[in-house]
Each structure stands twice: as C-alpha cells, then as structure tokens.
Ligand binder design. Structure first.
Ligand SMILES: Nc1nc2c(ncn2[C@@H]2O[C@H](COP(=O)(O)OP(=O)(O)OP(=O)(O)O)[C@@H](O)[C@H]2O)c(=O)[nH]1
Ligand SMILES: [Mg+2]
Length: 222
C-alpha cells in the first residue's frame, strides 16, 4: 500500500511566538502572579456568579484605592489619578486565576453633584449589602493624614451589619513624620478596636509585602 505522501503541515509561526500582551493583561508582574482586568460592572453581572473569592477595596475618593491595588499586584492595572472620582465602575481584576481584587468607586468627594454622590453611594451599598457579591474581605483604605470620616464609619457599620471581615489600611503614611505616625495609628486603634489596621504607603511600597501575603493567602495564592 502506498504511504500517504502528503507533506506534514508546518507548525504555525504564531505558535513559536510568546503570548501577546495587551493593555489589560500583565503576564509578568512584580508580585509574580498573572493579573488581568476582567471588567467593570454597574450592577448585577454574571461575574458575580463566579465562585472565585473577591477582595474589595473601598474608601473615600482619592485615598489611593487604585494605587494600593497596583502596589500589591506589582503592576499598573487600575487607573489612578490625582483628580478625585477617577474610578466610576466596580472594576474586577483577576489575580493569579484564583480570585478577584475589586476596585470600587470612592465616596465622599465634595465637588460632585448630589446626584452623582447619591449614585456612587447606592452603587457601593449595593455591592456590600445586596448579597450578590459576597466579598471575602473588605479592605477599607484611609488617608492616614485625614483619618476616618463620617462616610468611613457608615461603611464600617454596613460591613459589620453584613458580617464582612474588614482590614483597615492607613495609606499615604509616607506623608507623616516619624513622630506623627504612632499618634495616628493609636487613634485608629482606639476608634476601631476590633479591626486589623496596617500603616501603608502605596507610593513608597511600605508594608506592601505584608499586605500582599495576607491578601494572596486569602485567595489561596502561595
Ligand atoms: N504620597 C502618596 N500619594 C499616594 C499614595 N497612594 C496614592 N497616592 C496618590 O493619591 C492620588 C489618588 O490615588 P488613586 O489611587 O487614584 O485614588 P482612589 O482612591 O483610587 O481614587 P478614586 O478612584 O477617585 O476613588 C494619586 O495622585 C496617587 O498618586 C501614597 O501612598 N502616598
Ligand atoms: Mg480609583
């Protein structure tokens, strides 16, 4: 019987190339995990049905939620800005294929219209209280120079009411002198005696390794 003399198909050149990187896909990060922007949502969405755990970052506008996410992930995936109100949607970032970091819009920005403020407040309250999102941990970011505001207290009481575990991060600690730091931290411990509170700087990477270890551990990333 004559053997089939059809030439073997050459392997496609594409297969020999490294995977493409896109703006939202960071295969190499300083944290060593793959990070991908999944999507921004404004309400009910199929991503919430994914059983992978979510860690949500909440706090006043401009305290550095997006910067903290980037520092922990070791990649610039979340958009940051010196103008408050940058993050408008609830943005999901898939971390190491194991879970999500969720970047929420910031509350309490004085220069927003009442309508816009109301919309954002409802948006955040929906994420925390609707029961659809089920975050494994809420990370409340504060500006260490400002401390906790009325809006932060409201958020803490909402989180407690819903039974969400809470971690408080006092960000921008780099802006405080060595003398002021312990005073600020002592005040926060007094205000939130039951919470875990960590001083932090997204810009100067202070305590980034510690927080990364805690959060990655919760997502099951070694
Ligand atoms: N000095 C200092 N500046 C910081 C730090 N973290 C963030 N910033 C700055 O604070 C500003 C706001 O940062 P974002 O990360 O965009 O803040 P956000 O909380 O996500 O803001 P919204 O999306 O508007 O709610 C930017 O100019 C950052 O560079 C920090 O640790 N130290
Ligand atoms: Mg933001």
């Amino acid at each position: 019987m004559q053997r089939n003399s059809k030439p073997k198909k050459k392997p496609s050149a594409k297969l020999l190339l490294p995977p493409k990187t896109t703006k939202h896909f960071k295969p190499q990060t300083a944290s060593g995990v793959q990070v991908k922007f999944s999507r921004g949502i404004r309400g009910t969405d199929s991503i919430l049905l994914d059983s992978k755990p979510q860690i949500a970052f909440v706090g006043r506008s401009n305290v550095g939620k997006s910067s903290t996410i980037n520092a922990i992930l070791g990649a610039v995936v979340a958009r940051t800005s010196s103008t408050p109100g940058k993050t408008q949607e609830i943005n999901f970032f898939e971390v190491g294929g194991k879970g999500y970091f969720v970047d929420l819009p910031g509350y309490g920005y004085a220069r927003m219209t009442d309508d816009a403020k109301d919309k954002i407040r409802k948006h955040i309250a929906w994420y925390i209280t609707s029961g659809e999102a089920k975050p494994k941990l809420l990370v409340l970011i504060l500006d260490a120079r400002v401390g906790a505001t009325e809006h932060d207290y409201e958020l803490v009481s909402l989180a407690r009411q819903e039974g969400h575990p809470l971690l408080i991060i006092a960000n921008k600690i780099d802006k405080l002198s060595g003398n002021d730091r312990p005073k600020v931290m002592a005040k926060l411990v007094e205000e939130f005696p039951d919470a875990d509170i960590i001083q932090f700087s997204a810009s100067k990477k202070e305590n980034v390794t510690l927080v990364r270890k805690i959060l990655f551990g919760l997502l099951g990333i070694k």
